[in-house]
Design a protein around this ligand. Structure first.
Ligand SMILES: NC(=O)c1ccc[n+]([C@@H]2O[C@H](COP(=O)([O-])OP(=O)(O)OC[C@H]3O[C@@H](n4cnc5c(N)ncnc54)[C@H](O)[C@@H]3O)[C@@H](O)[C@H]2O)c1
Length: 318
């Protein structure tokens, strides 16, 4: 037996968004049913950013993602977020694969936001707002376009060149540059910045809006005015993680929001334990911090496809 090595180009050639959406949704359901095991992320903070170790076990597949978040990496011509996945057989511990986790992170982050939108946004949503046109923006658009008939994608970024790159890289989607306020007036809004202070004002958020708050995934980060959370149905991916590092972390630390005000976890909504959107006028917020079962579910899918296709480099680790 050998360990398969899958680099970024291999992952790109094997990955497909509609399959990613399916396996990520199934993994959340398995987790809700006690069929997945996932301890909290371990954080390692360094001067310019942080690292996270994200372990999880799904039926037949286990592993860990080692991922960083370095918001100032553009000056080094590097992405802010880069990741490697080590995948093991849970029966024996055998290392099945070492794979690029950066592309998988992009895809699973887009997928989980689109899944949240499927349950929390208005069914007839056809405009998508993108706040922050960096690396995560691409898969938010691709994943939402899998599930919604998007007539307009309204993108804002403080860096015009990032918006221009997004628009020229995805010519098949109806993306247009707009102001921050216009982006927030979309039916579904994805916030994708490393901001450490609220940039989305409560007064810009219309009744019926669904917001995927994705950018805040570490302590001290926040993108939404806390009054948005007070007026919204707030769904989180993982309560402890969201409380310490998600969109709700700063409002909680300032006494402006409490854990008791969380409406549900996404797994509770996906399994029908809690209802998704029931009122077309409600404001809904999905606080996404990113959980390891998302990554492992996609890694399992990719590993299966790589085994079928064959011909990838291997490591003789054991
Ligand atoms: N929740 C999750 O699962 C998850 C997963 C991956 C990344 N993230 C987080 O998402 C954020 C974005 O990640 P990325 O990889 O796209 O980073 P990136 O550096 O590629 O992109 C960030 C973009 O935000 C823009 N921006 C910064 N401040 C802004 C502001 N005030 N208004 C508008 N635009 C602004 C930047 O110009 C840049 O284009 C980071 O905070 C990252 O840690 C979360």
């Amino acid at each position: 037996m050998s360990t398969i090595l899958l680099d970024r180009s291999a992952i790109r050639s094997l990955i497909n968004m509609s399959e990613v959406i399916n396996v990520v949704e199934e993994a959340f359901k398995a987790w809700a049913e006690g069929k997945a095991n996932m301890p909290p992320k371990a954080y390692l903070t360094v001067e310019r950013g942080d690292f996270r170790a994200m372990p999880a076990a799904l039926p037949g597949f286990a592993g860990v993602k080692w991922v960083n978040s370095h918001p100032f990496n553009r000056s080094h011509s590097l992405p802010a977020v880069m990741a490697v996945l080590i995948c093991n057989d849970p029966e024996t511990g055998f290392p099945l694969a070492v794979m690029d986790g950066t592309e998988i992170t992009y895809c699973r982050t887009g997928a989980i936001a689109a899944i949240a939108s499927k349950y929390l946004a208005r069914r007839n949503s056809n405009t998508l707002g993108i706040v922050g046109a960096g690396c995560q923006a691409y898969t938010q658009i691709i994943a939402h376009a899998e599930l919604f008939e998007l007539t307009s994608i309204n993108a804002f970024d403080i860096a015009t060149e990032n918006m221009d790159k997004l628009i020229s890289s995805l010519p098949e989607y109806p993306i247009r540059k707009c102001s921050l306020e216009e982006a927030v007036s979309s039916d579904i809004v994805c916030t994708l910045t490393p901001s450490r202070e609220p940039i989305i004002k409560r007064r810009w958020v219309a009744d019926g809006t669904h917001i995927n708050a994705v950018g805040a995934d570490g302590a001290g980060k926040e993108e939404l005015e806390p009054s948005i959370l007070r007026d919204a149905m707030v769904v989180v991916d993982e309560v402890v993680q969201a409380s310490h590092g998600g969109e709700i972390n700063m409002p909680i630390s300032k006494g402006l929001f409490t854990v008791d005000e969380i409406y549900a976890t996404l797994a509770e909504v996906l399994t029908g334990k809690k209802k998704g959107r029931t009122d077309s006028k409600a404001i809904t917020v999905f606080d996404s911090t990113g959980v390891a079962i998302q990554d492992l579910a996609v890694a399992k899918l990719i590993f299966g496809k790589a085994q079928e296709r064959g011909g990838y480099p291997v490591l003789g680790l054991v």
